[in-house]
Each structure stands twice: as C-alpha cells, then as structure tokens.
Write a protein that binds this ligand. Structure first.
Ligand code: 5AD
Ligand code: SF4
Length: 467
C-alpha cells in the first residue's frame, strides 16, 4: 500500500489509478494484469497471478510485451465502469501490433455484463466472474483454440482458501487476506451482492496459515478483508464455530509483532465482542472503518441498511467507550433517491457529531439491477448531488485536518512501510489509527516499528522524529 491517508479497503479508493502489478520474472508466457477498484479486487488479482503462475505465466509491467492482458474490474459506480471500458478499447488497439494477444475481463464488470462484452461489444476474448478464476487456464486454452470463453458462474463455496496469493506490487510489509467473499446484505444501492454472489467465510485455519506465512517472509501487517467482516462465521466439520472476534484474536496470536487490521465493518453487525477483542490485543489496530452512508433514518431505511441514525450513533459511542482513541472512518453517499435538503443536513450534522478521522464520499450512482433501480426514481438532479457532495467533502476535510492536528505533540507507534515519496531522507508509515507519519530515515528500515514524536502536520500527515 502506498502513502496517503487511510486506504478504504472495500472501496474503489484507487479511483482513476491503475494498479499496475509489476513483477517481471522469467516464464514462457507473459501476463499483464491490471486491477481497478477495491482491495478485494487487488487481493483477487494476487490469486489470479498465483493460478496462472502455476501454468507457466509470469507477469509483465508492459502490456505491449504481453501474451495475455487481464483487467480486474469494478462495477460499483458508473464512472468506474467507464474508465475500464476506455482502457479495454486501448488494449484492443494493441491487437493490431500483436494479433495473437488475448484480452480478458475479470471481476465485477465481467459478472454484471456477462457475455455482452464478448458478443455485442467484441471488446474482449475472455469474460470471467469473481468465482471462476480457477477456470482461467482452460479458458485461455479455449481462446487459443479459436473460441471465445466465458465463465460467470457464481459459487456458494469458492473461497480460494487453498491458493497462496502471489504478492504483487507489494511493499513487503503490508498485505491483504480475504476472509469472506460475497455479500448477503442487499443494500438497495449496491451491485456487489449481484456481482460477487452469496456471502461465504473462509476456513480460519487457512487464514491463520496465510498470516503466519506472511510474517515469516517479513510482512508485519495484515488486513483481513470482507464486504462485511462482522458477519464472518465458520463451522468446521467437527462443529467448532469461529466468529469474527475469535478470528481477530487467532490472527493477532500469530505474533505480537504482526499488526492486524480489518475492513469493512457494518454498523448493524459490529458487536461489542469484536470491539473488546480489538481493545484487548495490542497488535490489533485501533481503527474501524464504519460506513454510515447517510445521516437520515428515512434514507437509511430506503437504502435497506438495517439501522437508524440513533443506532449508528450508539455504535460510535461503543467504539469510543471500549477503544479510547480509536480511529474511525466512514463512507457517505450524496443524492440517494428522494434525498431532501433536510436529509442532507442530517448527514452533515452526523459527520460533525461523529468527528470521523477520514471519509470516502460519493455521489449516488444508479446501478442496473439493484433494488433501488427497480424500486425508486433516481430523482436528485446531478447538480444538487454535486453541491451536496462538495459540502460534505468540505466539512470532512476540516474535521480530518483537526483530527490530524490533534496528533501533534503525541508519540505514535509507526510501522515503516517505505521511503517517503517526497524525499529519500524520510521514511513513512502509519500509526495504529491509520494516519500517515513521516520522519527522518536514520538507520531505520521498512518493517521496523518506530516511536515517533509528532512535531507538526499537514492536513493528512503527521511529521516528527524518532524518540
Ligand atoms: N453509488 C454511490 N456509491 C456507492 N457505494 C456503493 N454503491 C454505490 C452507488 N451505487 C459506496 C458506498 C459503499 C462504498 C464501497 O461505495 O458508500 O460503502
Ligand atoms: Fe454493498 Fe451493502 Fe454489501 Fe457493502 S454491505 S457490499 S454496501 S450490499
């Protein structure tokens, strides 16, 4: 993960940014793999790289050198899809120079659009949904045999638990581990339940093994990923049940020098038990990403979020009570169907009350096939959506800056992730609350824990020196 404020684990936080997965290595065939969207997609690309590396592929960072181009896509908002579509057109042009080139689309857009990407648009040769990556080698063979290939079957079981992800574009310190796939929540605005299918949890032993393996290879932080981590539950054949609080404790038990993060929490499911598990383990970071979406109970009901404004506030109070000093971030959506000025004011007042450290703020984008698309009219004009979003961003920026400034004068335990982008003589890392901290390099290295006394800050970064 790169410098910058808290990375939203479930979201398209890398908006407009292509994650180029660089790993030039010898191999008979070259794969160019590009990921868009959330951390889950990034993590899936590492599974795809693992599946194909077993079949003689090595990855390349130059698509002009590739035999196969795979684009792992996001469908959460319309602009995410437009960007990918543009990119696919660019790749298609490359076929003029390289007629044997195979182009595949993976992930949420593949699942949403299915074979239309092949048949109507003739943009790609392969379409593969998020549960069908094991089929990639045979789909590639099929295309080599002159056919087009599609597998968009969703599964109730697939968790890729036995596949060791190939860590790509990695800083060697922080890594993602998927713990659940899919989502059963059916928030009315969201396409994820349709593109990623039913929720399933991965065997806890395989999760702990992956964390142990990462630790033994020098990694010092893992982020447990799921659309709704609080609903993680696994029953083993002998009847042992593991919930998210136990899973957190098991992962924290791998080594006290391994930091554990997680995302995303859901306000309706986040239990005090989980909060106590965080509070009682030094190495589980005091940071919760708790998307609110709206501050209006009426809109939350229409969004099918399963909680009210008051419930959400009580969850924030629980975090503050059980984990003093915990970092909290959120997601908001502006201009959902029927949203009035009063609803919008309620979102603003909630943001002000909650004092979030950080937020990912979006305009509502209607997605085909979702409950909201079928039930409600997308009736808030685009200009109003933009105005409301701008107001929310403006308020949150002030709150974030205030939060960062509150860290000046304190000592922060920083896990070093790399050399600062701005200057070679500085390192950067994060404190447990996920704020980026920059300090002079000294003799420290990536993967070290350093206590840094913050002396100054910018709106999103603390600056200081080791103590
Ligand atoms: N329009 C705008 N934002 C959306 N999100 C999910 N679906 C939509 C949509 N249709 C946002 C939510 C969610 C985050 C991952 O993306 O805020 O928490
Ligand atoms: Fe979408 Fe809601 Fe599931 Fe998140 S919890 S992925 S917003 S349906």
């Amino acid at each position: 993960m790169r410098p910058g404020k808290a990375a939203n684990i479930m979201d398209e936080s890398r908006q407009g940014e292509t994650l180029l997965l660089k790993q030039d290595a010898p191999g008979s065939r070259k794969l160019f793999l590009e990921s868009y969207g959330c951390a889950m997609n990034f993590s899936d690309s590492e599974i795809v790289a693992s599946i194909l590396s077993g079949r003689g592929f090595s990855t390349t960072s130059d698509y002009r050198q590739a035999d196969v181009i795979l684009v792992n896509t996001c469908a959460i908002r319309e602009n995410a899809e437009s960007r990918v579509r543009q990119r696919l057109h660019d790749f298609k042009k490359e076929k003029r120079n390289n007629p044997g080139l195979i182009i595949g689309v993976l992930g949420c857009m593949a699942e949403r659009l299915k074979s239309s990407l092949l048949e109507e648009e003739k943009l790609v040769d392969i379409v593969v949904g998020p549960d069908a990556y094991r089929d990639l080698p045979s789909l590639i063979e099929k295309v080599e045999g002159g056919q087009r290939a599609v597998n968009v079957l969703l599964s109730r079981e697939e968790t890729y638990a036995d596949i060791s992800p190939v860590r790509l574009d990695s800083n060697g310190v922080t890594a993602f581990i998927s713990i659940t796939r899919g989502c059963d929540n059916m928030c009315s605005f969201c396409v994820v339940p349709f593109t990623r299918g039913r929720e399933r949890s991965r065997d806890p032993e395989s999760i702990v093994r992956e964390a142990e393996d990462l630790f033994s290879r020098g990694y010092r932080e893992v982020t447990l990923l799921g659309q709704n981590v609080d609903s993680y539950h696994f029953s083993s054949p002998d009847g042992n049940k593991t919930g998210f609080a136990e899973l957190l404790a098991m992962t924290a038990g791998v080594n006290s020098a391994l930091r554990v993060r997680f995302s995303t929490s859901h306000p309706k499911d986040m239990s005090d038990e989980v909060l106590h598990a965080i509070a009682s383990h030094e190495n589980i970071c005091n940071y919760v990403h708790l998307p609110v979406q709206s501050g209006s109970s009426r809109i939350l009901e229409m969004m099918n979020r399963g909680y009210t404004r008051e419930w959400y506030m009580s969850r924030i109070e629980a975090i503050r009570r059980i984990i003093p000093g915990c970092g909290i971030s959120t997601d908001t959506i502006s201009g959902f169907c029927t949203e009035t000025e009063d609803d919008h004011r309620q979102t603003l007042s909630l943001i002000e009350w909650a004092q979030f450290d950080f937020a990912y703020m979006f305009k509502y984008s209607e997605r085909p096939g979702t409950l909201a698309e079928r039930k409600y009219k997308d009736d808030v004009p685009e200009e109003i959506k933009s105005e409301r979003l701008a107001e929310i961003i403006d308020l949150q920026q002030k709150m974030s800056a205030k939060k960062t400034a509150g860290g000046v004068g304190n000592v922060h335990r920083v896990l070093v992730e790399g050399v600062s982008k701005k200057s070679d003589s500085f390192l950067y890392g994060r404190n447990p609350q996920n704020t980026v901290v920059v300090f002079p390099r000294g003799n420290f290295r990536k993967g070290d824990y350093v206590n840094v006394l913050a002396g100054s800050c910018t709106p999103a970064t603390l600056k200081g020196s080791a103590v």
